[in-house]
Design a protein around this ligand. Structure first.
Ligand SMILES: Cc1ncc(COP(=O)(O)O)c(C=O)c1O
Length: 380
């Protein structure tokens, strides 16, 4: 089997350097070697989250991270505002419901983003709301909540916690946790960090600790126990040590590149994708101002079968893209613009898409590859 270019919205392509880190000999998680590894991860995670608060790594996928955070904040009966605008925000709501919380939902059309003033209205009309829980980047629709800084101000002024699911965006777009008043930010290893799947990462503010103290917390996912062990640079239970090595290396690579350059690289590559998609005569799913720079969602041509298109891209070009998610599953396709994304991955993917479309009898309006190339000239 040829090596595939993995262009789905996570997991993403992992650099050799990160893969190799996982082959280091096993160590005890109660050793000085592990404590050094933990400290190195912690330091670079604070840089990534742009926070002075506490940070933790869980051996779990992103959903485990979300479940952990919800379990440590929500008591049965607690009111939590949840904007729903796609599959992953529905799942966030579901995690709160399963915990016995009472989500106050704002519904936004799929393809659009919730607005700060809509949330403000709900905040002003409801009493005793404990938190706002929001997905920053809706991976189903390719929408980023550009009002997040304003939503952070609203949460702060009204003494509510702000919980952010940043699973498909942290490391690919700006997310200054402290500056935007985010109390808990949760993400995962396999997306914009260019690390293998299996770890959830999150940050905790001082304000969030006050709430966590008062909650009937789960046993395995008790963040207070994590803090106790974290004080001596350990985890409460056995962590996935090879993945911790991989994360350490991936974070070092992020630090070496610098956040500013990394976000700009994601932005330019995403614009190249969007311009290519439009040049091919296809329709971008989200509204323009809220288009994500990490997940590209677009409508498939009406007469072309999405599954056939994807399997031809895979078989003939070794490029793997994703189908749609949730209720727009059959109408849309998605490309991950994440992690190591550069000119190479962008052009190979657009070229594969363009050629397979032509092979399947779709008449393109103009060259997607040329449109992408023009935009990619701006890359450093
Ligand atoms: C926004 C968002 N939240 C949560 C998840 C769940 O992550 P995982 O599949 O790692 O459990 C995903 C996965 O795509 C996601 O995109």
């Amino acid at each position: 089997m040829n090596e595939k270019l993995i262009m789905v919205p996570g997991p993403t392509n992992v650099p050799e350097r990160v893969m190799r880190a996982m082959t280091k000999p096993m160590i005890s998680h109660r050793s000085s070697e592990f404590r050094r590894l933990y400290e190195s991860i912690a330091e670079n995670m604070r840089y990534l989250f742009q926070t002075e608060g506490d940070i933790y790594v869980l051996t779990a996928s992103g959903t485990g991270g979300v479940e952990c955070v919800v379990g440590n904040v929500v008591n049965p009966g607690d009111k939590i505002i949840v904007p729903v605008f796609g599959l992953f925000s529905e799942r966030l709501k579901e995690a709160i419901v399963r915990r016995g919380g009472r989500p106050i939902i704002t519904q936004t059309r799929w393809g659009a983003a919730p607005k700060a003033d809509e949330i403000k209205e709900v905040v002003e009309s409801e009493e005793d709301v404990k938190a706002i829980a929001i997905v920053y980047n809706e991976t189903s629709t390719g929408v980023t909540v550009r009002d997040l800084p304003e939503i952070g101000r609203i949460a702060d002024e009204n003494d509510m916690l702000l919980i952010v699911d940043a699973v498909s965006i942290l490391g690919g777009d700006d997310l200054p946790v402290d500056k935007w008043n985010i109390d808990i930010c949760v993400s995962a290893s396999q997306k914009c960090l260019a690390c293998p799947p299996g770890l959830a990462l999150f940050s905790i503010s001082e304000k969030a600790w006050e709430t966590i103290e008062t909650v009937q917390r789960p046993f395995y996912f008790d963040i207070k126990t994590m803090r106790r062990f974290g004080e001596r640079s350990e985890t409460p239970f056995t962590p996935a040590i090879p993945l911790f090595y991989a994360l350490d290396e991936a974070l070092k690579m992020i630090r070496e590149e610098g956040l500013k350059r990394r976000f700009s690289r994601h932005r330019i590559c995403s614009e190249a994708f969007y311009e290519a998609i439009e040049a091919l005569g296809l329709k971008i799913f989200p509204e323009e101002p809220v288009r994500s720079q990490t997940v590209i969602t677009f409508r498939k041509p009406e007469k072309i079968d999405g599954v056939t298109l994807r399997s031809r891209m895979n078989k003939d070009y070794d490029v793997v893209i994703s189908g749609g998610a949730g209720r727009i599953r059959d109408e849309t396709l998605r490309i991950g613009c994440m992690g190591i994304i550069s000119e190479r991955e962008t052009i190979i993917t657009v070229n594969a898409l363009e050629n397979v479309l032509k092979d399947l009898g779709y008449e393109t309006e103009s060259s997607g590859v040329e449109a992408a190339r023009r935009r990619l000239r701006d890359l450093e």
